[in-house]
Design a protein around this ligand. Structure first.
Ligand code: 6PG
Length: 252
């Protein structure tokens, strides 16, 4: 596979959700057929939630063999798994509790732990799942079949926030990241790990994202200011799913 980028624009968020769900379901089938499993990385935020709810409906579940799906997260807030802010909790309520997914196929980031420990443990989970390279002891890449990302109105994605230390990480797949402007710790995949995915789906909706989306896609390269600019798969497909409100300034 060679890297390619597609931009898909929808009249409303419902069509965006439907097409993103279709894309996920159609990518799962060949992965399960060829390798016996489908690895799906989830994000937090408000845009993915309707997608998770859609994936839990019969319209999509009948095409997806959940017994072969493994679920991961791109980032997590440093809170317990039942906390209102937990990305795991959101995905569990919207999707995971509704589908026949084996419990040991849920690979969450333990936001209740010390952030450094949670990052190290999650990186170990990824190393075990995605394996070691056949030669040498260099770990292979965390090659998610699909990784879902959102983008904040400041250009952050996963928990890669503007100006934070995680942006410069060149070795680790997962790091703790202090977000000064929110006064909180997060645990996040690094750009190195995200860009290893086979398919990255960026979901962007709403007027408040329009200005930053234009800067991310058309502005000068400033990843310290707009971390979403770091996302470009090494060897995979990046699809931007954008609704009419978020695309408004690109059109202008
Ligand atoms: C999180 C995220 C984050 C999110 C964006 C967009 O934990 O908050 O993973 O990167 O995707 O902030 O969020 P919205 O869809 O709510 O705008």
């Amino acid at each position: 596979m060679r890297t390619s980028v597609r931009i898909k624009v929808y009249t409303d968020v419902n069509s965006l959700v439907r097409e993103a769900a279709n894309q996920i379901v159609s990518l799962a089938a060949p992965a399960i057929k060829d390798r016996g499993r489908f690895s799906l990385g989830l994000s937090g935020g408000s845009t993915p939630e309707p997608l998770y709810r859609a994936l839990a409906t019969e319209r999509f579940t009948r095409y997806l063999d959940w017994s072969h799906v493994h679920v991961f997260w791109g980032d997590e807030r440093c809170v317990p798994p039942d906390h209102a802010d937990s990305n795991f909790r959101m995905a569990r309520e919207a999707l995971l509790d509704q589908v026949p997914l084996p419990a040991d196929h849920i690979h969450r980031i333990e936001g209740e732990l010390d952030p450094e420990l949670a990052a190290a443990r999650y990186e170990q989970v990824l190393t075990t799942f995605f394996g070691q390279q056949e030669t040498g002891d260099i770990p292979s890449r965390p090659r998610f079949d699909v990784l879902i990302l959102g983008m904040g109105d400041d250009g952050h994605t996963a928990s890669l926030f503007p100006g934070t230390t995680a942006l410069g990480e060149q070795v680790r797949w997962v790091v703790p990241n202090y977000v000064d402007k929110l006064g909180v710790w997060r645990v996040t995949l690094t750009a190195l790990a995200i860009n290893s995915a086979a398919h990255i789906l960026f979901l962007v909706s709403g007027t408040e994202k329009a200005g930053v989306l234009r800067k991310v896609l058309l502005g000068p390269r400033q990843p310290q200011v707009y971390p979403a600019q770091l996302i470009y798969p090494d060897d995979g497909l990046l699809t931007w799913h954008i609704d009419a409100q978020a695309v408004a300034e690109l059109r202008a």
